[in-house]
Design a protein around this ligand. Structure first.
Ligand SMILES: Cc1cc2nc3c(=O)[nH]c(=O)nc-3n(C[C@H](O)[C@H](O)[C@H](O)COP(=O)(O)O)c2cc1C
Length: 262
């Protein structure tokens, strides 16, 4: 798994990238897509896209700081307020020596609102030659196929779609002829994943907050599995891990066979 960094000071990003590589990170990814106010206010994430030269300089500094064999990848949006300088940004990222570029096809101002402007990814592909991964608004196999058609990208990145449907990546892969044909996951296949996720969070967070990531995931899952909505209603006010665990176990033991979602 690559380590992702963000920040506006080239020297600081470079130092951290070098340290991460020393510690064994198999690759470094630089994030110029984050739209969070607190991050942007601190000169990190998408705010840097206002100045393509700064993007270039940060990528170049990180590239120079990590061993040549360590992949240095970049995640970007189309811009901050608008996408006018997007192609300059992409060209600068290539020139600075990035090995791969993931494009979330929206500006920071566009947030997470549909549509994603996949056609601009196609324009970037025409302008630069580094491998490009297309991202934004892929919720289904059909979306993935359309995105591949419009962008010309073989590689796609899933965001919220993968949270709604844990099987989406492999369904897309199968539809693209990679791997065996797959049936969609049943709810009963998802519930053990929820238990594992909760156990991981118990180890990671204090007991009063360990249920929060699970609740957030259920909010995404309920878009596809109605049972996730019921489970969310049951645990949304619970904080005690033992109480959440009990509801999860009940849900695990009662998950019926068969698929509910459309
Ligand atoms: C809850 C959440 C957390 C995210 N965290 C990150 C992150 O840490 N790094 C990153 O590069 N993108 C992050 N993203 C952005 C996604 O990788 C992706 O670019 C974005 O959701 C658009 O894709 P989508 O339309 O398929 O959701 C996050 C998105 C969401 C919804």
């Amino acid at each position: 798994m690559y380590l992702q960094l963000l920040g506006g000071q080239a020297a600081v990003v470079a130092d951290n990238a070098a340290r991460a590589a020393e510690l064994g990170a198999p690759g470094i990814d630089l994030n110029f897509g984050c739209p969070a106010k607190t991050v942007n206010r601190s000169d990190g994430g998408a705010i840097i896209l206002r100045d393509p030269q700064r993007v270039h300089d940060i990528v170049a500094a990180a590239r120079a700081a990590v061993p040549a064999q360590t992949p240095l990848t970049v995640k970007t949006r189309l811009g901050y307020e608008d996408s006018e300088r997007f192609l300059d940004i992409a060209a600068g990222i290539e020139e600075a020596g990035a090995t791969e570029l993931t494009i979330h096809a929206r500006t920071k101002q566009q947030g997470y609102r549909p549509p994603a402007y996949w056609e601009l990814i196609a324009e970037a592909r025409a302008r630069v030659s580094l491998p490009i991964i297309a991202n934004g608004e892929i919720w289904s196999v059909q979306d993935a196929l359309r995105c591949r058609n419009i962008t010309g990208c073989d590689a796609l990145m899933l965001g919220r779609g993968a949270l709604c449907r844990p099987d989406l990546a492999r369904l897309i892969a199968a539809a693209c002829g990679v791997g065996a044909a797959r049936q969609p996951l049943h709810w009963r296949d998802v519930t053990p994943l929820l238990s594992r996720f909760f156990a991981l969070n118990l180890a990671r967070y204090d007991t009063q907050h360990a249920g929060n990531p699970l609740k957030q995931w259920l909010v995404y899952l309920r878009g596809y599995y109605p049972q996730a909505g019921l489970l969310f209603e049951q645990i949304k006010r619970l904080r005690e891990p033992a109480a959440i665990q009990a509801v999860l176990e009940e849900s695990l033991s009662s998950a019926p066979a068969g698929r509910f979602a459309a």
